[in-house]
Design a binder for this molecule. Sequence first.
Ligand code: GLY
Length: 361
Amino acid sequence: MSIEVVVPLGERSYPVVVASGGYAHLGRRLSALGLPRRLFLVTETNVGPLWASAVREVLTAAGFDIIVVTLPAGEVSKTTETWTRCVDALLDAGIDRRTPVVALGGGVLGDVAGFAAATVLRGVPFVQLPTTLLAMVDASVGGKTGVNHPSGKNLVGAFHQPVLVYAALGTLATLPAAERIAGLGEVVKTALIGDRDLLARIEEQAEALREGDVSALAPVIARCVEIKAAVVGRDERESGWRAVLNAGHTLGHAWEAASGFGVLRHGEAVALGLLAETRWAVRRGYCQDPELPRRLAELLHRLGLPTEPPTLPRDRLLGAMRVDKKARGDILLVPVAVRAGQAVLAELPVQDLIELLPEPR
Ligand code: GLY
């Protein structure tokens, strides 16, 4: 069974296929795009050994000639060096302007391979095969690509929309449970900003979602993609409204960066950020539902996500936020829920961070 969502960008619109099994229909979907028969499958050292041969088999059977490029895994590899290595491999193997780059992996791999696809020969067709929950509901959709810089996360990059996203939920079976659960942080974010019925559904099915039950996950992932697709369709390049997708990220990024990348998973940091920012939104009158923080905390707990941020020196947290691209003078523009399923971009005075980021005792 598969569910299809279209990201509405005029001539650059593309389908996101949420397939409950593996890659059985990928060959047909890729063939339908009319791309050249030679393609690059870019993957990484964790996902490649698990899924690259299944993808290669299906695509070879569909008549494609595949060159595999394997990059190092993990957030520490999301660098200009890895991007250079990818571009070198594509050029060395004779990529031309029409040759597609197919990214098989999680958010980091998709961002690096996508940035290579955006930049090599000034841009080649790009396909995303996300293998983590986080990448399925967020990173693979919407065309953000890029790498980190010593000054901060995602500071070098480009918008480059894929021509197809194919999320095979079968890949979630080989994802460590803690990674899958962390991805639920982005799922809750999407429901909180975009759909109160989805939030209620997540509450009803929290245990099944936490356990990775594909029949519970498939419609939830598809709905998250629909919500994100609508936001991206309205504001592709984040001139305003797309920032709503950064709910939970202002404080989340600070905790994630200040505790050292890799200590707190991104989705866990987002969960913590959502809770703290919603509490702040209630106190400042942006959120009209005073019960929402309690409801959110209970849901995060049931999903296996953290609700207590690490206590870190405030200077370190504020230092981590200084490179926050959302900062505008003394005010941070922070998306918060007005009520379940509806969000607004709120003005958070930097002064309020003092109260939001308690010092360790
Ligand atoms: N991950 C947020 C965005 O795509 O805009």
